[in-house]
Design a binder for this molecule. Sequence first.
Ligand code: MN
Length: 263
Amino acid sequence: MDTVDRRTILATGALALTGAATSIGRAEAQAAPKPIFAVPAVTIPIAGQAEVFPVRRIYCIGRNYAAHAIERGSDPTREPPFFFQKPTDAIQNVAVGTVADHPYPLLTKNYHHEVELVAALKSGGTNIAPEQALDHVYGYALGLDMTRRDLQNGMASEKKPWEIGKSFDHAAVLGPIHPVAKVGHLAKGAISLAVNGTIRQNSDLDRMTWSVAEQIAKLSEAFELKAGDIIYSGTPENVGPVVKGDVLLCKLEGLPDMSIRIV
Ligand code: MN
């Protein structure tokens, strides 16, 4: 076989392969492309229902109770709201009536609890007016914005992103979602966290600097909010460290308790 023949054969073969791939591609264009491996969808149980809430994004507000803003070194009277995100797969669902094992995370030596009300959205948009914002809330849950405080502070002191302190596996602990249709909108009521039976955080939702409605409005100026987004609405003062073996009990007036054990 001379060189020309070889080239001709190779070119013909390549064309034949291309043709085959194209026809297969056309045939498969009818169906969605097949993923090369499965990634589990993240969902949150809904109290009293078989259906689950699919999660799109996790937003969190920073320093949203004046006394907590002060303990974190900022002036709550001047600071506009600011937000960060956690990865969706950081969610650890905790069933009512259980004490879920929560792994002490990597790297940190100062692991903090932050008990928070979480709002779950059924719809969204941009530039949502505060007066309309609560129409987008599907329900509420009790949550823990777990924080590697030493890593957060270390990055903050260098004016670098907080992410390593806030966004890690199991960092978004959540009880089930309670639909607004059943529990109404939660704008006031006691919120507390105890460690090994001793109250550490104890406040009221009405002490939030920015209400859930205002948070939705403000977030929607920066991001298009969508169904499946959830918002951690900030923690009261007296955040603090936990160690392996500690049992955390979170309470929010109107919702069932939530409990984890650090392991
Ligand atoms: Mn928080």
